[in-house]
Structures are given as structure tokens and as C-alpha cells.
Design a protein around this ligand. Sequence first.
Ligand code: TYD
Length: 395
Amino acid sequence: MKKNNIFLDLGLQPLANNYLKKKDLEKKEKKYRLKVGMDANTNLVSINKPLSSKAMFNNTYPYRSSMSKTMINSFKNLSKLISNKFKPKKILEIGSNDGSFIKNFSKQKVIGVEPCSNIEKITKKLGYKTYANYWNKKTAWKILRNHNKIDLIYSANTISHIENLDEVFESINIVLEDKGTLIIEDPSLLECLKKNTYDQFYNEHIYVFSLIGLESILKKHNFEVYHVQKLDIHGGSNRYFIKKKDYKKKIDTSVKIFRQKEISFGLNKLSTYKSFSKRVLKSKKQLKKIFNKIILKKKKIIGYGVTAKSTTILNYCKIGKDMISYFVDTTKDKQNKFTPGTKIPIYKYRGFIENDIRYIFLGAWNFKDEIFKKEKKFIKEGGKFIIHTPYPKII
Ligand code: TYD
């Protein structure tokens, strides 16, 4: 990436999803320096030294999209829209994870691509045609040979995880029909800057996309966005509806509106990112202050929902096991392990919060509404959550 202007330094970080087993605790963890920069030519914002896909997405990958009702419902609603509006003959999902999206369609209609074989196995076992491959030209040619052209391609929270965007779109070009639709969904850079959610940056989130950044790479590959939707998912995401440039189709006004919003916020200017960086530093100090105050009162704090995002927060703010006694989480592959870098134990969520807990750090802040609904009793009895967005506070 040329002209990459670094604006944020999030310090030494472990691999965000590398939950540690007890036997690994004494071993030296792989760490990297997490910096974020903006390419002044393309407006793309990315981390500076991405790790290889193989190091991050392999047969021990813990993330499961089915762990949240919010995600399941979002996929269900989109599936309905796809069936009603696009009526596709064949659908391909890039990054199909444990099948939360593809399960909404018949087995003849969908194909999944998921490189983490431990997760790909789940959908394969159910009888879905899934490929345990990275998304690249080789995979695209294989799909073309086996299935012919595809008229609808969907990818949520995946494209931003792939360093080589040129290859991503060249590969999509290979399989997408000329009049086909590409739907991409990823966290929104505008929302990230507005809400100070600097934890959207970690080794797997190589990019956090803006419309203007994405458009610069799409243009290069003869694609264009014809509709954009704002979603509440993952702290604020955008869903982009994309077509091949030669396919004449009306461009919805949303595209112009989103573009203007981003430009008036200054997403095309380095100074905007430098101000963000100052807010991040302030956020770190405020969060530490909150933790210190509670710890001084000799109160216990636990974590709720351990996320790749919280790895960035905890390691950047140096919040460790002296401050958070343990995390609870519903994901089996995270349970009885320890948080990357900070080595805080993670336990199974047992359906309720222990009586002696009054403070909870919300690692899965992106599922705040869902979690608050679930923890009505804890809140009613005076329990408090600590959250870092849009600024650190106790609620
Ligand atoms: P998520 O934000 O999806 O992951 P990441 O930042 O790694 O992309 O992770 C949410 C985590 O929170 C996941 O491990 C499941 C957990 N969780 C709970 O424990 N309880 C809940 O009610 C919800 C919604 C999530």
C-alpha cells in the first residue's frame, strides 16, 4: 500500500482470536505491533503489517456467527430479501462460517467458502456444498468449473479480513454473472470513528471500510456500488449492493448520501484520523480510571463476551487479570481458555451472573441490546456494565 500514513499506534498486541490453553500460559506468545494507517490515494484504512491468512484462519478458529441471535436474525432477514427481490438461481457465500446465512436456503441453491476447516466441517456435515478454501482465483476457478457462473455472491465480515483486495475482486469477477449482484457487509469506518471503537482494529480486521475507500478499489475492477444500507450489526456496519459497471442499473440515492456524509466527516483527510487517534488515547485513560476506581473500592469486575475486539482494548489499555477476575462467554471454543495477552480465564456462561458480581466489563458491546435484555435481573438488582463506546462509562 502506497502513501500509508500511520495515525494510530495500538501497541504490542497478541493474535486477537488466539485464546490460550492452560498449557500455553507459560509459553511466549506471538505479538505484533498494531498500527493503523490511511492510504491517501485510495482512502483505504488498514493495519500496517497484516499477518498471513494461514496464521489467522486455520483449523482452530473460534468465531461462530451463530452465537448471537442478532446475527441469526440479520441473516434470516437478508435471506428473505434475497429470495424475494433477487430470486437468484445460485448463491455463493464467501466466509460462510458455521452456516448462519446459508442455512436459510436449500442445499441445491447455496455454496459456501470457508477456509477454517474446523468450522467448514459443520456445514459440510449438514449436507451443504462448502469449500474449505481461502477466497482467491484458484478457488474461484474451481467453483466456476463445478457450478458455472453465480448470480448472487454474499460476504459478511470477511472481505475486510483479506489483505489482497485486488485478488478478492478479480476472483469475484471470475464467477459473478454479468448481471449478478455482489453484497458485501462489513463494519463502517464512519461509525468506528464516530463511536471511538478503535477495537475494530486487530490483526484480522486488515481493513475497516468506508464507502469511499471501497469504491476506489471497486472502480479498479469495474464494479460499482448501487445501493448502501446502514446496519446496527457489529457496532455499525454497512451493507453494500454492488454490480458490474457495464450492467446498467439505477444507482440509488443512498450511495450519494453515504458518500457525502463520509466526505463531510472528513474520511478523505488524514487530519480526521489524527483527531480520532487523540480521542482513542483519551478513551484509554478514562477506561483505566473507571477500572482503578472500582478496584480501589475492592469490588470484583468480570468480563462478559470475550471478543477479538476486547483483545485490542485489554492489551492497549493494559487491563489484565488483576482487574478482571474472569470472562463468561457462550462460545464453547473459548471456554476454559485464557484471553490473548492478558491471560484472563474464560468460563462458560451459566445462564446467570454470580451473586457477588456488581460490575461487568462488556467485551461484546456490539451485542449490548441482546445482552442487556438477557441480564435484566442483574441490572434490576443494581448490577452495572462498563462500556468503552462512545466514551468509557458505567451504565
Ligand atoms: P463477536 O463480537 O462476534 O466477536 P469478534 O469481536 O471476535 O468478532 O463476539 C461476541 C462474543 O460474545 C462471542 O464469543 C459470543 C459472546 N456472547 C455471549 O457470551 N453472550 C451473548 O449473549 C452474546 C450475544 C454473545
